[in-house]
Structure formats: C-alpha cells, structure tokens
Design a protein around this ligand. Structure first.
Ligand SMILES: *Cc1c(COP(=O)(O)O)cnc(C)c1O
Length: 378
C-alpha cells in the first residue's frame, strides 16, 4: 500500500536531537530554536518568527495578539481545519464563514466585503494546499475597513504570492510543523509577525517577560499579560532544524512528484473527467498536496475504493466547518454555500510525501487513469 503520508525525515534529525539532550538545555528557546528562528526570518523576510507548540497554538497566539473581545467577528472559509476557527472561538469571537472559489478551494475574495459588519475585526485566510489566496484584494479590503489579517499558512511553508512568502503578507502568519506537513518537528508550528509586537514573546512565555529577563533587559521576570505555554522543547526544534537545513531538497522533491502527477493526469482533466487544482498567476506552490476532483460524492467514493484495491491510500479532506456540530453552535455562514460543500465532496488527495518515488507516483496516477478508462461507469 502506498501511504498517503510519511513524516519527513532527512537523516540528521537523530544527531541533532541527541545534541539537544546532551547540551543540558532541553526546554525551549535554546540553540536549535534560535537557529530555526533565524532560518524562518531569513527565508521568509518576516520581522519576527517564533516557534510554537503547534500550528493551532500559533493561531491562538494570533487571536490573542488581535485583542479580540466577546462578540467580535472573524471572517474565514468554512473549508478549513477546525483550528482556524477554534482559535477565535476560544478568544470569544464568532466565526463568520464565507464560500470558497472552486479553482483553488481558497476563500473567495470577492465575497468577503459583503460579510463585513460593525463587529468584524479580523479576516483569517487559509492558503489551501500551499496555493495562495488572492492577497492583494484581501489586504486592500482589510485596509479600507481597518481589519487585521491572519494567514493560516499551516500548509504554506516555502510557498509564495507575488514573490512574498506566505505568512508574511498579513499581520500574522501561522505555520504548522505537524508530521503531516512539508517540514515537521512532530508537533509544532511558528507565528510570523509583520511587525514585531513585544506582546508576542510574553503571550508565548506564560504571560511573563521571561524573554526580556534572559536577555538581561529586566532584573526579574513577572506576570505581565495574558499568555500560555506556547514554546516547544529543544528536542522538537532540533528535529525541525534537520528539516529546515534540507528545505530546498524537500521542496524540489515534492514539486517533482507534483509535476509528474500533473503530467500524467492532465489528459483526463482535458477530457473533463477530473478537475485538477489551479495555481493562479503569481503563486508559487510548495507541492503540499496533489488532489483530483471527481464528478461528485458517489464517484469519489467509487474512486477511493478503486484506488485502495490498487494499493493507493487516498483520503478526502475537510468536512466544512459550518455544517459540523461545533460550527453550527459557534459560527454562521454568510451568503450562499455554492461551492464549499459541493467541492469538498468531490476532492480526493493522492499520496504526497518526501521520499515518494516516481514509480509510486506512476502507480497512483495509473490507478486514477484506469478508473476512468476501465472502472465502473458512473
Ligand atoms: C495542520 C493545520 C493546522 C493545525 O496545525 P497543527 O500544527 O496540527 O496544530 C491548522 N490549519 C490548517 C489549515 C492546517 O492544515
């Protein structure tokens, strides 16, 4: 069976984790964390990057940094991971879901302005599959209405929009280094800030100014603000360092597999049998994901089984948040659900991970092709 995902591993992670252990600095913000921060700042151009214990926690930090009050509204897509909405619900805000565009599965930028009310404070975009949202339009709307922009760029590390790294365009960008992402530290993430807000390191360190204390800027540290424990251990950062120093290789290998899938499946797309993801002008993707869209839910179900029978693990993805129990309780959908539900039911993800071989890509792509050439007629 070709698995859908294998956690990335390059070879030096073990040595780095041992080095962290033997340095007698295993809590956070040691040498490996600093290397990761420097890498992120250099490669994305962000003013300040901070590792976090997860992408979810990066989003929670971003919500706290926006100083949301109960009843404030956050505009976001419904086709996303629960964390994109949870972070704001925990801060007392109401998620207002907007429909997606079918070509990229990203929030439709043309529908955002109509969802704005006097309570709206934040637009939270999610760059699905590492393909950017239409950020020029979104930043313009935010500026005109005085809103903050948070980028859920959990899937967007090493991807860009018009030359700018995803996660650096809005006020805050949130990366994930979960084992299902392009670069991993087991569980972990990072928050990127366009402008370095001194509250960020306080929120991340249990609401204390411990970071200033460690730099010798204050003579004792105290409780200063809201916060939690959002900094990861050095062992996790050490694993991540083994990935970041190989980021170019990982990205090239993934993009190679993506291009091979694309080449093999383009004829089916040209015949109108499947749809493939669009990568709009100005977007450089990171091959986080390769998906196909079947005709409808029934055909996708058949295709999934066909692939499984041919040794290919191919999962679907998000159940739209607005139709989930918590979404019904905490949020509301603005406007018409023209594409969110319909498109989510057609989408199927093919195996994609660092170390996937050409012959595995060929086997997976050929299994999709054979379904449409020889499979059950639907
Ligand atoms: C993975 C992911 C998250 C959560 O990241 P964790 O590190 O698992 O907490 C949030 N949003 C999106 C879009 C994701 O893909």
């Amino acid at each position: 069976m070709i698995p859908f995902n294998v956690p990335p591993y390059c070879g030096r992670e073990d040595a780095y984790v041992l080095e962290a252990i033997h340095s007698h600095k295993i809590s956070g913000d040691g040498a490996f964390t600093k290397k990761c921060h420097a890498w992120l700042e250099e490669h994305t151009g962000t003013a300040r990057a901070l590792l976090t214990t997860s992408g979810t926690h990066a989003l929670e930090m971003a919500a706290l940094l926006c100083r949301l009050r109960p009843g404030d509204e956050v505009i976001l897509p419904s086709y996303t991971f629960s964390s994109s909405a949870n972070a704001f619900v925990l801060a007392g805000a109401v998620p207002v879901f907007v429909d997606i565009r079918p070509d990229t599965m990203n929030m439709d930028e043309r529908l955002i302005e109509d969802a704005i009310t006097p309570r709206t404070r934040v637009i939270c975009v999610m760059h699905y599959a590492g393909v950017a949202c239409e950020m020029d339009t979104i930043m313009d709307i935010a500026r005109r209405h005085g809103l903050k922009v948070i980028e859920d760029a959990a899937q967007g590390v090493m991807a860009s929009y018009k030359g700018r790294a995803l996660g650096t365009i809005g006020d805050y960008g949130c990366y994930s280094f979960h084992e299902s992402k392009n670069y991993s530290m087991g569980e972990g993430g990072a928050i990127l800030q366009g402008r370095d807000d001194p509250r960020a390191e306080i929120i991340r360190e249990k609401g204390t100014n411990r970071a200033r204390f460690l730099r010798g800027q204050v003579d004792k540290y105290t409780w200063e603000d809201l916060g939690s424990s959002y900094l990861p251990s050095e062992m996790n950062a050490a694993y991540l360092w083994g990935q970041l120093e190989m980021a170019g290789e990982i990205n090239d290998a993934r993009r190679h597999c993506w291009a091979l899938y694309r080449e093999m499946l383009s004829p089916l797309a040209e015949e109108g049998r499947v749809e493939l993801q669009a990568v709009p002008e100005g977007c450089v993707h990171n091959a986080h994901m390769f998906y196909v869209k079947a005709k409808d839910l029934a055909q996708r179900t058949e295709l999934t089984a066909w692939l499984r029978a041919r040794g290919v693990q191919a999962p679907f993805h998000y159940v739209p948040l607005h139709s989930a129990n918590a979404g019904l309780r905490f949020g509301r959908f603005h406007g018409e659900d023209k594409y969110t539900t319909k498109e989510s039911q057609r989408l199927l993800r093919l195996p994609m991970f660092y170390g996937l071989t050409d012959s595995q890509v060929e086997q997976a792509a050929e299994a999709v092709i054979s379904f449409y050439r020889e499979g059950p007629v639907l």
